[in-house]
Design a protein. Structure first.
Ligand code: SF4
Ligand code: SF4
Ligand code: SF4
Ligand code: SF4
Ligand code: SF4
Lengths: 298, 326
């Protein structure tokens, strides 16, 4: 990975072609931009399929979707929301509890576009050194966002929450919110690798906790094929989640990535030339080594 | 670390070091989060002070309740047919993302079906508000009596005419124009029991800068002392005077006996009141007793300086009959 334009993940590209090595990435960008486009269709084109923003939205005048972390903050500040907000929160909770909490991060959150760009640029520019803050910091910040409404400060986190500042800004007028977004970009680029989404963001922390028992999980099913190219570690925004599943065979650990920080982004699937990773359900712990059918399905 | 073992094997040492590291990390994180929380708390406190020009949509509760209830989704903004509401941007001195409007720019049109309230998913805009006339977004106050055209003696009346609750929320109170000595001033007067704070009056004030402005109610309203009673209201409630016949002492008059003051009711004076006390007590006619320069027959006969007689348009009697004809 020298040189700015040197191809990355050459092995995977050679094995699967460019499209194959970017399949989930493209789908993910499609999802992120598509959702944003749906929100923007109203203000820009007058087509009101979706009203509101990621905090709360009403789709086709029937489907309410509420940010459950915000609904929780409203409850903690002592206000009982109306039915629609509660219903919306319930729908979102159930959905992410099933497909993986941080699917929100990888497939919906607009901030992810910014931090992924910073991460990509950081690698391309070969920027090394990174400030050390524990990845647990986000849980403390999450606790804080819940304590503040309890202490009567209202939804204080929303005053600075970069995710809603950006998303609301894109739809209702950005104002100076771009400075916060730029700040996060620079933090990730210059100060800390994966600083925001990987260490600090309380929404990511919340959705991670929410998806602890989610059904949809990435599995290092064909881990015996791994040739230690380390490309998955290089591309993963939460690389610490991979090792137990990928390297745990000797220790009797199953191949499914169970760590709640995994965003189900599928990049590891893309960049692995050996097709080690697949999406599967959390209970499917079998690997080709215990299933003679081998590489069935691909 | 009381469970540190004095063994020479490296394992417990390593575990203890890891534990120490863990607690050190946790401590650092807690401190960091605490500081962040302190900063955010202070910022939130500051953001809770809504600037006086910004008004909340109908049905919003008190500011600190509202900031805990509003999820900042903007559905109220979207469903307002008049484009009245906006969500605050970070550079505005209003809690970021919350809906507000500026009366001078786009006031609330007081929709009968209140779509903004209906759209609110959290009830931050109270769904119990079903009659827009019950909304209290603020209170109009005629702030500048020096520039208000009606206070200058002209007939602008625009704030009064545009009010959706005309003649209840805002009335024109008649007062003698002491500058001309011959005209009436029509003073726009807001009544808090009916003003919804919609802002239409502020929006339409014809001045460069509105003389009438809608303010947050807490800023606009005074409050009587808890023990204060307004005598005439108590009298009206009781159906009779509460002080007469109570043997209240008569206080000494501080004016010479020889200078009777017209309209001044002195219960102990011999001849009784020169004006009927009932008349002096009603607010709309109360002006009579306040202005000795009023060109009335009483003032004339009281030996006060007579009004000039050489004004074009005739002498005092003519002008009096002019007024009477209106
Ligand atoms: S961690 Fe936070 S900012 Fe990053 S993608 Fe998830 S919700 Fe968005
Ligand atoms: S393990 Fe794979 S799916 Fe999970 S976050 Fe890392 S790259 Fe994405
Ligand atoms: S009452 Fe009507 S005009 Fe006023 S804020 Fe609500 S929707 Fe807008
Ligand atoms: S609709 Fe309700 S929750 Fe949404 S921005 Fe308006 S007041 Fe806030
Ligand atoms: S704000 Fe002005 S226009 Fe609106 S109800 Fe009050 S007095 Fe009338």
């Amino acid at each position: 990975m020298s040189g700015f334009l040197a191809p990355r993940f050459a092995e995977a590209r050679a094995a699967k072609g460019w499209l194959g090595a970017h399949r989930w990435l493209l789908l993910r960008r499609l999802s992120q931009l598509g959702i944003l486009a749906l929100f923007l269709l109203g203000p820009l084109a007058g087509l009101w399929l979706v009203k509101g923003n990621l905090s709360y939205s009403l789709t086709l005048d029937v489907l309410p979707l509420t940010d459950p972390l915000l609904a929780l903050q409203v409850l903690l500040s002592g206000h009982r929301p109306e039915r629609l907000a509660l219903l919306g929160a319930a729908i979102v909770l159930v959905f992410y509890a099933l497909v993986g909490g941080r699917v929100y991060c990888a497939w919906v959150c607009p901030m992810n576009l910014v931090t992924d760009l910073a991460g990509w640029l950081r690698e391309r520019l070969g920027l090394k050194g990174s400030a050390h803050i524990s990845r647990r910091a986000r849980y403390w910040i999450l606790a804080l966002t819940l304590l503040l409404p309890l202490a009567g400060a209202g939804l204080a986190w929303e005053l600075v929450n970069p995710v809603s500042l950006l998303h609301r800004g894109l739809i209702f007028g950005l104002g100076t919110a771009w400075t916060v977004v730029l700040g996060i970009f620079l933090l990730d680029l210059l100060v800390m690798s994966r600083g925001w989404c990987g260490h600090l963001c309380p929404m990511g922390a919340f959705y991670g906790l929410l998806g602890r028992g989610s059904l949809l999980r990435v599995s290092a099913r064909r881990r015996s094929n791994c040739n230690d190219c380390m490309d998955c570690f290089a591309v993963c925004p939460e690389p610490q989640v991979i090792r137990p599943a990928l390297k745990g065979e000797g220790a009797g650990v199953g191949p499914v990535i169970l760590a709640s920080a995994c965003t189900n982004c599928g990049r590891c699937i893309d960049v692995c030339a050996k097709d080690v990773f697949v999406f599967g359900n959390r209970f499917n712990q079998h690997t080709p080594s215990n299933d003679p059918a081998g590489k069935a399905g691909r | 670390m009381s469970d540190l073992q004095p063994s020479s094997s490296a394992k417990p040492d390593k575990a203890a070091a890891a534990r120490r590291q863990f607690f050190a990390d946790a401590g650092r994180l807690a401190c960091g989060a605490g500081l962040l929380g302190l900063g955010l708390g202070l910022y939130a406190k500051q953001a809770r002070a809504l600037p006086p020009a910004a008004l909340r949509p109908p049905g919003a509760g008190g500011e600190s309740d509202f900031l805990g209830a509003c999820i900042r989704c903007g559905l109220c903004v979207r469903d307002c047919p008049y484009g009245t509401l906006s969500l605050a941007r970070p550079e505005e001195p209003i809690a970021t993302g919350t809906p507000y409007f500026l009366a001078r720019q786009v006031p609330c049109e007081m929709c009968e079906d209140i779509p903004c309230v209906k759209a609110c998913p959290t009830g931050a805009l109270d769904h119990g508000l079903t009659d827009i006339n019950e909304a209290r977004m603020g209170l109009a106050v005629l702030l500048d009596q020096e520039t208000c055209l009606n206070f200058l003696g002209l007939r602008c009346d625009v704030c009064y005419r545009v009010c959706p609750v005309i003649d209840k929320a805002i009335t024109l109170e008649l007062r003698p124009n002491t500058r001309t000595g011959r005209h009436t001033m029509f003073i726009p007067t807001v009544h808090s029991d009916h003003c919804t704070g919609c802002g239409k009056c502020e929006r339409s004030c014809v001045l460069e800068t509105a003389a009438i402005k809608v303010l947050p109610i807490a800023l606009a309203k005074g409050q009587l002392g808890q023990h204060y009673r307004v005598g005439w209201e108590e009298q009206r409630k009781a159906g009779h005077s509460l002080v007469e016949d109570k043997g209240l002492g008569d206080l000494p008059d501080r004016i010479p006996e020889s200078a009777p003051l017209e309209g001044h009711y002195d219960p102990a004076s011999q001849g009784g009141p020169s004006l009927a006390p009932g008349k002096a007590a009603t607010p709309d006619s109360g002006v009579d007793s306040l202005s000795p320069r009023l060109p009335g027959a009483d003032a004339h006969s009281a030996g006060l300086p007579a009004m000039p007689q050489n004004i074009p348009g005739g002498g005092l009697p003519n002008r009096l009959s002019d007024e009477a004809a209106r």
